[in-house]
Design a protein around this ligand. Structure first.
Ligand SMILES: Cc1ncc(COP(=O)(O)O)c(C=O)c1O
Length: 438
């Protein structure tokens, strides 16, 4: 085989403009606590916890040691018809910190797998209880539920579907809750928008409740630009789904593990779904892992209700992988022993005031926040949507700050071990650099 000279040619990068990246590559070489070090030796303040994931900060010693120890003791154990103690221990631990009643845990390796698993469990449950006509899945516009065929179908991002068609056809979507006219520059949760949940009644009227298995929403949509749930909105969804026998799934791949306050957004907001999907902060992103917390009645409906034998024909070679389980246990210990969620919560007010202090700066048409998350929305450049966001992302990176650009929205979600000085630095730097963007 002919060897190419370009060392960057072979890696087909995910969700990346490959040609542009390879012309001007930006690479990370190492990380510690709140910072990355770039391959040219610069310190980069991590304003995004990697990808909404490294909540306890980078390369934390207890997590590193747990992974090292496990790798030398039990590198792998097949999860089908066999077990290993760490996976059971982790499931029990998660069961105790999930909202009341969601105490059965299925392991996956990513957020996308968690979503597809949750959708399958909802479908299997409806069948198991004699509701086999309930096959329709309802997602939401601007939802990002990962990139499996299930996730892109219920997700509300046309770019994620356009190249692939949609294998899963029985879906419909709620409207999203983002509205600049009513809610621009709201601090925290907007008061306008709870009524948008009533669209679920319209969808039920259109299709018939007997055809609908589940509704999936992110309690706070992250990837499409931090869409904060209006006050009362999730409560309404809970009420309507309960009334019609529809399984309610919260996709908490971003919101779980302290990002918006408590262990889950469900706990923080006081609304309990039937299923919660997780990933990212579960292992502090040190080893890939996802999980699905399922309410006892759904679990029992599938597991206790069927004939002898395998109850759910689903699972992954790496479900509950020992290294991931070891990393997750060490991560949960760290969250608790250092009071990381409480520390982050004590900064919510400071964070909110700091990010909103950018109001009035050039190009900024909205600022939104929840927990230790914020979005700064920029007016699009006349030359195209996303150009201005990408320009600011590059300028930030080149000036020692990692932010995330999703279109023209700059999303911020630093590690939860941040201090006020980090907040000042993030906001100060964006404030300066936004003035230099076309
Ligand atoms: C809400 C939500 N669900 C699912 C996913 C997919 O997770 P992964 O990239 O680990 O497959 C993401 C990723 O950002 C997410 O934000």
């Amino acid at each position: 085989m002919k060897l190419e000279n370009d060392p960057l040619a072979a890696f087909w990068m995910p969700f990346t403009a490959n040609r542009a990246f390879k012309t001007t590559p930006r690479q990370l070489a190492s990380a510690k606590d709140m910072h990355y070090t770039s391959d040219d030796g610069r310190q980069i303040l991590d304003g995004t916890a990697g990808l909404w994931a490294v909540n306890a900060g980078h390369c934390r010693a207890p997590i590193v040691e747990a992974i090292q120890k496990c790798a030398a003791e039990l590198d792998y154990a097949p999860p089908f018809q066999l077990g290993h103690p760490l996976a059971f221990e982790l499931a029990s631990r998660l069961a105790t910190i999930m909202p009341e009643g969601l105490d059965r845990i299925f392991f996956t390796n990513s957020g996308s797998e968690s979503v597809d698993t949750a959708l399958k469990i909802a479908l299997a449950y409806q069948r198991a209880i004699g509701q086999g006509t309930r096959t329709r899945l309802i997602g939401r516009e601007r939802g990002y539920n990962g990139v499996g065929f299930g996730g892109i179908s219920v997700g509300g991002i046309v770019n994620n579907r356009r190249q692939f068609g949609t294998l899963l056809t029985g879906v419909d979507h709620l409207p999203h809750t983002h509205n600049l006219e009513h809610n621009a520059f709201t601090m925290g949760r907007p008061e306008w928008g709870a009524h948008l949940a009533d669209n679920l009644e319209a969808i039920v009227a259109l299709h018939g409740a007997e055809t609908i298995a589940a509704v999936i929403v992110e309690p706070m949509a992250g990837s499409t630009g931090v869409l904060v749930p209006p006050i009362g909105y999730l409560e309404k969804l809970r009420e309507i789904t309960r009334k019609h026998g529809i399984v309610l799934i919260f996709d908490e791949v971003i919101t779980a593990f302290g990002r918006v306050g408590g262990t889950t957004a469900s706990e923080t907001l006081g609304v309990t779904p039937d299923i919660i999907t997780m990933a990212k902060g579960l292992t502090n992103a040190a080893v890939p892992m996802g999980a699905v917390a399922v309410s006892r009645h759904i679990h029992d409906g599938v597991v206790e209700g069927g004939p002898d034998g395998i109850e759910l024909f689903h699972g992954y070679t790496y479900s509950g992988h020992p290294l991931a389980a070891a990393a997750a246990l060490a991560t949960l210990d760290l969250y608790k022993s250092e009071g990381i969620f409480e520390h982050a919560s004590s900064l919510h007010g400071y964070w909110q005031d700091a990010v909103h202090s950018l109001k009035g700066k050039r190009h900024i048409i909205d600022i939104r926040n929840m927990g230790i998350v914020a979005a700064i929305e920029l007016a699009p450049h006349a030359g195209g949507v996303g150009k201005r966001g990408m320009q600011l992302f590059h300028k930030c990176f080149d000036n020692g700050l990692l932010v995330r650009a999703t279109g023209d929205i700059i999303a911020l979600s630093p590690p939860l071990i941040l201090e006020k000085a980090h907040i000042d630095e993030i906001v100060g730097r964006i404030g300066e650099l936004i003035e230099t963007v076309d």
